[in-house]
Design a protein around this ligand. Structure first.
Ligand code: SF4
Ligand code: SF4
Length: 360
């Protein structure tokens, strides 16, 4: 297992352009000479590779001087979110779904249904219940931009036995499966209602929009999820790290990526753990902040894209986590949200307090 964990980290570091800088060797306490030899050889290897690419960060940002504000990072098609928010009339007819929810609430099949309602012009998560069945008429079908799944986990944990329905889709089912294998949700307590099952109309409101082509800035300096994992591998290490650092350094540490993630549930977040990331500074610790989160998403990320959608800095987080998922699948034959057994590892080790919350 240790070998696989280290391979995971080696491949992740290589993906961001820092390959070859992590080594594992088995040395017993009785093998002093071997210890000296391994350390000497690895130290020499690191020296031969030259200064850490991260040192460049203290001498100015990669891409500094490029007038990013005068051009666009992404293709015009990336305005999906704005576009859909401006077209509430295109939500389609979902009266049969509303009728089904009303029936289940009335007959006690469900105690509450977690869906969306427009409040003061904003589509917001809303709990519909038997106490006010008429409110179900106001239910709208909305592309999830909120972590409904973690809300579900909070509700079923605080009210054991509650019969809960939630608007969702295949991604929701995957997220709930992840929460289930991490002991956050009992699958039998949640019923997912997919709007697509109630209408022949294409809602066009899936949760995974992404730009179809990178804009000129991404092409020249950065990365975009639509470039794909293979395109990153095709770059040399220097190019890779420069591009990732260009992206990571835009981070404003708003924690939006974590807060919106439907499978982030730790009671103590690694992104605020002082042993992992220095806290209290405004700027993000680059690239540690992003690598810690990437590592922590191993065995969890269901590629919903919400983190990237929420990121105000246009960082291609999905590309990074897709690589994490690919490594996990290759090394452990584990598919997040599909495999029903426990994830094969808690990659950060035992000392950091990151255990999932028990169901109470
Ligand atoms: S893409 Fe992965 S990391 Fe990002 S919000 Fe979705 S599940 Fe979380
Ligand atoms: S959402 Fe983007 S800017 Fe905010 S913390 Fe995450 S990576 Fe950084």
């Amino acid at each position: 297992m240790t070998i696989k964990r280290i391979r995971f980290l080696q491949e992740l570091l290589d993906f961001v352009g820092m390959g070859g800088r992590l080594h594992l060797a088995w040395i017993s306490s009785a093998e002093a000479q071997k210890f000296v030899q391994v350390v000497t050889e690895f130290t020499q290897k690191i020296k031969d590779m030259g200064p850490s690419p991260l040192l460049a960060l203290s001498h100015g940002r990669p891409g500094q001087g490029f007038e990013a504000s005068q051009t666009t990072e992404r293709s015009p098609g990336a305005g999906w979110l704005q576009e859909t928010l401006e077209k509430p009339d295109e939500r389609g007819d979902h009266s049969s779904m509303r009728e089904q929810i009303r029936t289940w609430l009335h007959e006690g099949e469900l105690d509450v249904f977690l869906g969306f309602k427009e409040i003061e012009g904003h589509p917001l998560p809303y709990l519909f219940s038997k106490a006010s069945l008429e409110e179900v008429d106001a239910l709208i079908i909305e592309a999830p931009r909120y972590p409904l799944e973690t809300m579900v986990a909070t509700m079923v944990n605080s009210q054991p036995g509650i019969k809960l329905g939630v608007q969702g889709d295949e991604t929701t089912r995957k997220a709930l499966n992840v929460l289930s294998v991490w002991n956050q949700v009992s699958p039998e307590s949640v019923r997912v209602l997919d709007p697509a099952d109630f209408t022949s109309e294409a809602t066009g409101r899936g949760r995974s929009p992404e730009s179809s082509e990178p804009g000129p800035v991404k092409l020249q300096l950065g990365l975009d999820s639509c470039m794909g994992i293979e395109s990153v591998h095709a770059m040399d290490q220097d190019d890779r790290i420069k591009r990732w650092m260009y992206e990571f350094q835009k981070c404003i540490k708003c924690y939006g990526c974590r807060n919106v993630c439907p499978v982030c549930f730790c009671k103590e977040c690694s992104l605020e753990h002082q042993d992992l990331i220095s806290t209290g500074t405004v700027l993000t610790e680059v690239p540690i902040f992003h690598l810690v989160r990437a590592v922590h998403m191993a065995g969890r990320c269901i590629d919903c894209g919400m983190c990237e959608q929420a990121c105000p800095a246009n960082i291609p987080l999905r590309l990074l986590y897709r690589k994490v998922n690919a490594i996990v699948q290759e090394l452990f034959d584990y598919e997040n949200g599909v495999s029903s057994d426990q994830p094969p590892f808690s990659i950060l080790g035992d000392k950091v307090v990151l255990e999932p919350k028990p169901i109470q």
